[in-house]
Design a protein around this ligand. Structure first.
Ligand SMILES: Cc1cc2nc3c(=O)[nH]c(=O)nc-3n(C[C@H](O)[C@H](O)[C@H](O)COP(=O)(O)OP(=O)(O)OC[C@H]3O[C@@H](n4cnc5c(N)ncnc54)[C@H](O)[C@@H]3O)c2cc1C
Length: 299
């Protein structure tokens, strides 16, 4: 099986999650070739061949055409994107042009089938691989792996001449007060389980004392208790700190997808069977309202 992995570059920097594409290929035991549109200043860690379209910014028409050219040259069984704003926009365009199946938000692979969450993760769909080319996007964090050292790949330039009807104006920086949780070494987060007690200020204090950032799940953000820039999950930020402390958080996949790349996860939950235990290294079965004051006392 052969995969075409579509790496991303924004403002000259390769997206950190590109290694997840390689991890997916490894899980399928597939031979990966890579495509990227961007500058050659920073290249992704590719295996074998990297098709490079020299391009600044996002130009959907030319990026699509360049991927189609690469598909024609390599004839992959799958074209694989990250489930990011880039992948959301480009994958359906490519699938449409190829008349290929488009499966978005793939979260697993088992017995030759793709696992795709449905109905707010209450069910999983199992999608069988077809023999024709398929286009996929991968859920963040679903296929994480340590970056493997690769031999420098052969770089194959791709040229396209496309008259685009879309003009790329540039990227706008987010709110300057926003917090880049991706850079924090320690993150302490609050979930609905601690929303209505005194835990929220304690979580903020704990994060500050540990030199980290505080964060929250979506219900806490929706209640306006914490700013949206601190939300962890698929509609918030993806994090990869050394230590993640999740307080009163059940571990719904929409949250865990953004948190599971943390190196060491400590969950505080009254429910010993809370799904967060699946990604936690340590589960403290306790009422956070009682546990946090004791922890703060010890630190
Ligand atoms: C399209 C979509 C996108 C979404 N995106 C996101 C996202 O980006 N981020 C996100 O977080 N969610 C997201 N969600 C929501 C997600 O599905 C969950 O509903 C949400 O993550 C649950 O948040 P929670 O864990 O805080 O609350 P709950 O699921 O209600 O869990 C609360 C937990 O607290 C525990 N608890 C209760 N009392 C205590 C106590 N005193 N001490 C300790 N533990 C206690 C309970 O046992 C429970 O496990 C999304 C949903 C959809 C449909």
């Amino acid at each position: 099986m052969k995969l075409l992995l579509v790496a991303e570059q924004i403002d000259g920097l390769v997206a950190g999650r590109t290694n997840e594409l390689c991890a997916f290929a490894d899980q399928l035991g597939a031979a990966p070739v890579m495509f990227m549109a961007g500058t050659s200043d920073q290249l992704p860690s590719a295996r074998e061949r990297l098709y490079l379209l020299e391009s600044e910014g996002y130009a959907p028409d030319s990026h699509k055409e360049a991927i189609l050219k690469t598909v024609a040259a390599e004839r992959p069984d799958m074209v694989v994107f990250l489930h990011s704003s880039y992948g959301w926009d480009l994958a359906p365009r490519v699938a449409c042009a190829l008349k290929a199946d488009c499966v978005s938000g793939v979260a697993g692979y088992r017995d030759n089938k793709l696992i795709v969450p449905a109905y707010n993760r209450k069910l999983n769909r199992e999608v069988e691989l077809s023999t024709s080319c398929m286009v996929l996007t991968l859920q963040p964090g679903a296929f994480s792996a340590e970056m493997r050292k690769c031999e420098p790949a052969e770089i194959i330039p791709v040229d396209v001449e496309v008259e685009s009807s879309i003009e790329f104006l540039g990227y706008e920086p987010g709110d300057e007060n926003s917090v880049d949780l991706d850079k924090a070494e320690v993150i302490v987060a609050a979930g609905r389980g601690v929303m209505n007690d005194d835990s929220l200020p304690r979580i903020q204090e704990l994060a500050a004392r540990l030199g980290g950032e505080h964060a929250a799940t979506r219900p806490v953000v929706d209640a306006n208790d914490v700013e949206h820039c601190r939300q962890i999950g698929i509609t918030g930020q993806s994090i990869r700190p050394t230590v993640y402390i999740a307080c009163g958080i059940s571990g719904a996949v929409e949250h865990s997808a953004g948190a599971s790349s943390s190196k060491y996860i400590i969950a505080v939950n009254t429910d010993p069977d809370a799904p967060i235990r699946e990604i936690a290294d340590v589960l403290v079965v306790a009422d956070a309202n009682k546990f946090l004051p004791l922890l703060l006392e010890k630190i």
